[in-house]
Write a protein that binds this ligand. Structure first.
Ligand SMILES: Nc1ncnc2c1ncn2[C@@H]1O[C@H](COP(=O)(O)OP(=O)(O)OP(=O)(O)O)[C@@H](O)[C@H]1O
Ligand SMILES: [Mg+2]
Length: 478
């Protein structure tokens, strides 16, 4: 007998057999060897068990072929759908060998013939568990490999970045939710794809939804799908992203930008893995793994009542924070070289690296748009570079999103920098309705600095006087 006298080994096993005596006998024998053995008497009950344990699937399912209701082949299919690593053993009566062969073709691991011989069953179950362990190892190795490949794409050797990628790799194989935070362009989406690529779900889809891109109803229909006629314009049923991402990963980008209703629905999916399509009543289930990202301070949103605290806790099980580029200057040069090589190859340009002065300039910038801004700048520089190395001139005037043709030009007759400055400050204020905070962003300077300039230039606005002077007047005027 296997494992008799030994302590039982860890494995999750399900026995499906309608004959009570047989089922109890087999279950009792298996319990001597294995830690978790469940038993059910019908195929339908087995299907329910399989659905309920999708998070931690059985290692081995031992099922009778002929069962009332759903039969052994149905159980086999459901098990393989839920997790193909489960070893399914079929028990067949004498004379149903052909069906057994069919079951083998459908992916059964092995079969045993009745009358049942307990020793044979134990032997095959042990093999089934071993097979399952082997497949687990394969999946793990594959995930490590994928993580290494994806990790190569995340350039930078700062300890901050390494900390983030190490954590991403460690949580990848688990089903826990991950919240990725960081300013715009710091690489949140890249980390999300690393997590997916390094997970056992890598072969299933990574589905991305940008929560800020759609108004409420459209976002909900995007996420949960809708039935025909659910709202005006819904002339066909639509499968939502949660369904699409089943077995895979759902990346919810800009999660802070969701309405209260959407947040409530998201909470329900996270709690019970249940949802329904808009206008539908049927309860659907999903096992999609949720990774979300935001570039705003979600804790602050929770405090100010704009984001549900319970949802925040569910999303924030693991937090990966990507610091802004200015806080990890060690990454700048590696990233710059990475992008120049990348674009030189892509654009077939004979560009090799940078002049020392260009690197100096790159190190000196603040890069408010982070890696994305650096990437765009280098892409443009590779195009503009006349020499074989990118020089300061190729990098010049590279503000965030400032297209080459929108670059200000010095008129031939020259101009007064002071007048120009004032003109730009006034324009920025006008465009933002005299909200200094927003105007400062447009100008790429701090609020304090703008406030100082406003005082110096004696710019006034009626709206400010109503609110006790300039609205950011925090007493820092010179
Ligand atoms: N460490 C890195 N190595 C290589 N490329 C990077 C790295 N970090 C970011 N990138 C690149 O920079 C660009 C911006 O990254 P990404 O889209 O992931 O940023 P994000 O944090 O999601 O920004 P946003 O909040 O604006 O959506 C992408 O092209 C990405 O490939
Ligand atoms: Mg993003």
């Amino acid at each position: 007998m296997i494992a008799s006298g030994e302590r039982s080994r860890a494995a999750r096993i399900l026995v499906v057999e309608d004959n009570d005596t047989l089922r109890r006998g087999v279950t009792r024998a298996l319990r001597e060897a294995w830690s978790d053995v469940d038993e059910v008497a019908t195929g339908d009950a087995a299907l329910e068990q399989i659905a309920n344990t999708a998070g931690s699937p059985y290692d081995v399912i031992l099922t009778d072929l002929r069962l009332p209701g759903a039969d052994g082949v149905d159980v086999l299919r459901a098990a393989r759908d839920s997790d193909e690593r489960t070893s399914v053993l079929i028990m067949t009566g004498y004379g149903s060998i052909e069906t057994a062969v069919e079951a083998m073709r459908a992916g059964a691991f092995d079969f045993v013939q009745k009358p049942l011989d307990l020793e044979q069953i134990e032997l095959r179950v042990a093999r089934g568990v071993a097979q399952r362990r082997l497949l687990d190892e394969v999946v793990e190795l594959r995930a490590e490999q994928a993580a290494r490949n994806a990790g190569d794409k995340l350039v930078g050797d700062s300890s901050a970045l390494r900390g983030a990628t190490d954590l991403a790799r460690r949580v990848a194989p688990m089903r826990t939710t991950v919240l990725i935070t960081g300013e715009t362009g710091t690489g949140k989406e890249l980390v999300a794809s690393l997590i997916h690529a390094a997970s056992p779900r890598a072969k299933r889809p990574l589905v991305t939804v940008n929560c800020a891109a759609l108004p409420e109803t459209l976002l909900e229909s995007e996420l949960f799908g809708h039935e025909r006629g659910a709202f005006t314009g819904a002339d066909q049923r639509r499968v939502g992203r949660f369904e699409e991402a089943s077995g895979g990963t759902l990346f919810l980008d800009e999660i802070a930008e969701t309405s209260a209703t959407t947040q409530a629905k998201l909470l329900r999916v996270l709690q019970d893995q249940e949802f329904h399509r808009l206008g539908g009543t049927k309860v659907l289930r999903t096992d999609a793994r949720i990774v979300s990202a935001t570039n705003c301070d979600l804790e602050e949103r929770v405090r100010s009542g704009g984001f549900r605290e319970d949802l925040f806790f569910r999303l924030n099980v693991i937090r990966i924070h990507l610091p802004p580029l200015r806080e990890r200057p060690e990454d700048l040069v590696a990233l710059a070289h990475h992008f120049s090589d990348l674009f030189a190859k892509e654009q077939s340009r004979p560009v090799r690296g940078f002049t020392e002065a260009a690197l100096q300039q790159i190190r000196g910038e603040r890069w408010p748009g982070n890696v994305r801004e650096l990437r765009n700048t280098i892409e443009r520089a590779v195009l503009l570079a006349e020499g074989s190395r990118i020089d300061v001139g190729d990098l010049a005037d590279c503000g965030p999103g400032l297209a080459a043709d929108a670059r200000p030009r010095l008129p031939t007759e020259g101009l007064s920098l002071r007048d120009m400055e004032r003109q730009l400050v006034v324009e920025a204020l006008e465009r933002t309705g005299y909200v200094q905070k927003d105007a400062a962003v447009l100008l790429g300077i701090s609020r304090r600095k703008l406030n100082y300039m406003i005082q110096r230039m004696r710019i006034t606005h009626a709206g400010w006087r109503r609110n006790r002077g300039p609205e950011t007047g925090e007493g820092e005027a010179p």
